[in-house]
Design a protein around this ligand. Structure first.
Ligand code: ASP
Length: 312
């Protein structure tokens, strides 16, 4: 297996996705992932680092209103956007995260700034926003985030008195859904791993709710000695199982590869908490694997610099 080649994976959320299986919407999601993967290919093959690649790919997905991150973020119980993001560098376990932030077009970039430019791993709410100001990150206006689709989606969730994934699978709510949270994992040509995840969370969530996405070891994790992981699904399930780190631990303590670790991680998630969602995993040899307990997960990959594959 060529180990001097890069590998890259991205996801756009997990769920049923039955309603869009054959229509134009599905093509749009897959096309969007493909464009992002090709962009990642271009920079990784020119020698970009894994951390640069995951930040770039996650930012591009945040800029696409199709996904539940950045400008496409879902709304909380008050009809506001509160976003979470995390990023991790497998070289030295450096990590950065932000939670409960608003008016930032690319939360993953702010997470990277926390990693590189503060002595902390996570900043939340007002503190994160002040840090953004300090770093001269431009603020985006409310209307950049508040799309008619997201308002309608929140109204549906409120009617049902429930929270839901952006791409919930349980009922007719799925009809009008867009798909979810985004993430990227990469192995660069020098063998370094990195992971990034970004989300608007779950629809109609309580004010102040933080999910798995920015929690290092739950929604995002990278360690050059094992693997890089990005997760999507019901965050509470992923936090309680510390799923991303659990998958890395499978590789560390039991050996195997990205495929066996993703499978074991998903069995654990199901067995322990009947967890709903999925993960993308790249191991230290650049093998790419996806695992999910939902019916589907929209994702794509380039293994060892090979062809681009997108699935849901
Ligand atoms: N994991 C995200 C959260 O719970 C949601 C998602 O993946 O769609 O905030």
């Amino acid at each position: 297996m060529p180990t001097d080649r890069f590998s890259l994976m991205v996801h756009g959320g997990a769920g049923a996705l039955d309603n869009v299986k054959d229509d134009r919407t599905a093509v749009r999601y897959l096309e969007s992932l493909r464009i992002v993967l090709e962009h990642g290919r271009a920079i990784l093959s020119r020698g970009a680092s894994a951390i640069e690649a995951v930040e770039t790919c996650a930012s591009l997905l945040e800029d696409d209103p199709l996904f539940n991150a950045g400008c496409g973020s879902v709304l909380n119980e008050l009809g506001r956007v509160e976003m979470d993001a995390g990023i991790m560098d497998g070289r030295d376990l450096a990590a950065g995260a932000v939670a409960g932030i608003s008016n930032i077009a690319n939360p993953v970039q702010l997470a990277r700034l926390v990693m590189d430019g503060s002595e902390h791993v996570m900043l939340i709410g007002e503190g994160a926003m002040r840090f953004a100001e300090h770093c001269k990150v431009p603020f985006a206006p409310d209307h950049y985030f508040l799309t008619p689709e997201r308002i309608a989606q929140l109204d549906q969730a409120r009617l049902k008195h429930r929270i839901m994934l952006d791409h919930d699978e349980a009922d007719e709510l799925a009809e009008s859904q867009k798909y979810g949270t985004i993430g990227a994992v990469a192995r660069d040509v020098t063998g370094n791993l990195a992971a990034a995840t970004s989300t608007g969370g779950v629809v109609n969530k309580r004010l102040g709710r933080v999910g798995d996405t920015p929690i290092i070891g739950a929604g995002v994790y990278a360690d050059n000695e094992t693997c890089a992981v990005s997760a999507t699904g019901f965050g509470e399930d992923f936090m309680r199982t510390v799923i991303a780190k659990t998958i890395a631990d499978v590789l560390d303590f039991k050996g195997g590869d990205a495929h066996s670790a993703a499978d074991e991680g998903m069995s654990y998630l199901k067995r322990k908490v009947a967890g709903r969602g999925g993960v993308i995993v790249i191991d230290r040899d650049g093998r790419c694997a996806a695992g999910f307990t939902t019916k589907r997960m929209i994702h794509g990959w380039i293994a060892h610099g090979g062809e681009t594959v997108c699935r849901f």
